[in-house]
Design a protein around this ligand. Structure first.
Ligand SMILES: Nc1nc2c(ncn2[C@@H]2O[C@H](COP(=O)(O)OP(=O)(O)OP(=O)(O)O)[C@@H](O)[C@H]2O)c(=O)[nH]1
Ligand SMILES: [Mg+2]
Length: 240
């Protein structure tokens, strides 16, 4: 068990399991309330999960560039310390709130609820289309916590190695999209994209895979299309 967050992974002690189950249950209740709130406002919420440094904030920067004001975005940035990532997003003219967990290795729904209200204050009544939640860099604990998102996206970068889907199956099983980032580095690493795709699809047959590079812009158009399609589907689903 993770000593910091008390997550339910690899739990052997029955007393600990019951504590963690109640923690997860209260998180799930708050996640449902968040999702209802986002639904009422016609927002598509996206939770980005990855190891530290896989390229989450860089992908968001490229997304802002690619959308070029076509959709209205807001970002909740999760980190253990500092508001460096939120500053990077705000520098591109997009509202962002930093959620510093003070040691915890994942975000939880109650923090998202508070962060979203803080974000709304920056919006001055402007409607959001997409809410991005950049989770704390960690491929384990964030997989266990629904934040009320509509879409979960897991990122694995080329330098991390091709064994990550097999080693972190929960992240793959609970995500709708796997983004393989830093594809410009493929010539320098033993990273078999087709094997990673096959491993991910064996764990989660419905997962979609997109290969991107923030350096060359490869795959960014496909990612933007994924976002637009999911936003349209969500809006249709909510229509009476
Ligand atoms: N070569 C290459 N480098 C990249 C790419 N995307 C991101 N990087 C670099 O990877 C490093 C980490 O990128 P970030 O976007 O900050 O990663 P992150 O996942 O947000 O990191 P944390 O928030 O700390 O978990 C930076 O030096 C980026 O410039 C890419 O597509 N190709
Ligand atoms: Mg980041």
């Amino acid at each position: 068990m993770c000593d910091i967050c008390g997550c339910a992974h690899d739990v052997k002690d029955t007393k600990t399991i019951s504590i963690n189950q109640s923690l997860l249950k209260s998180n799930e209740d708050a996640a449902s309330a968040n999702r209802k709130h986002f639904d009422e406002k016609g927002i598509l919420a996206i939770n980005l999960i990855s190891s530290p440094g896989s390229g989450k904030t860089t992908l968001l920067e490229k997304t802002i560039e690619a959308l070029d004001g076509g959709l209205s975005l807001g970002v909740l940035e999760g980190d253990i310390e500092t508001d460096l990532d939120a500053e990077r997003i705000r520098a591109r003219g997009v509202p962002a709130v930093q959620l510093t967990t003070g040691g915890a290795c994942h975000l939880e729904s109650a923090l998202i609820h508070r962060g979203f209200h803080a974000l709304e204050q920056q919006l001055n009544g402007k409607k959001l289309d997409l809410l991005f939640i950049e989770n704390v860099g960690n491929l384990v604990c964030p997989s266990f916590f629904d934040l009320g998102e509509h879409v979960r996206v897991v990122l694995i970068s080329v330098p991390e190695g091709p064994d990550k889907p097999l080693k972190y199956p929960k992240a793959i099983r609970t995500s709708q999209l796997l983004i393989i980032t830093k594809s410009d580095l493929l010539p320098h690493f033993d990273f078999d994209v087709e094997k990673v795709r096959a491993d991910a699809c064996a764990l989660n047959p419905s997962i979609k895979v997109i290969v991107t590079s923030a350096k060359t812009g490869g795959g960014i158009e496909e990612w933007v299309y994924f976002l637009q399609t999911n936003l349209t589907t969500e809006l249709k689903r909510k229509k009476p």
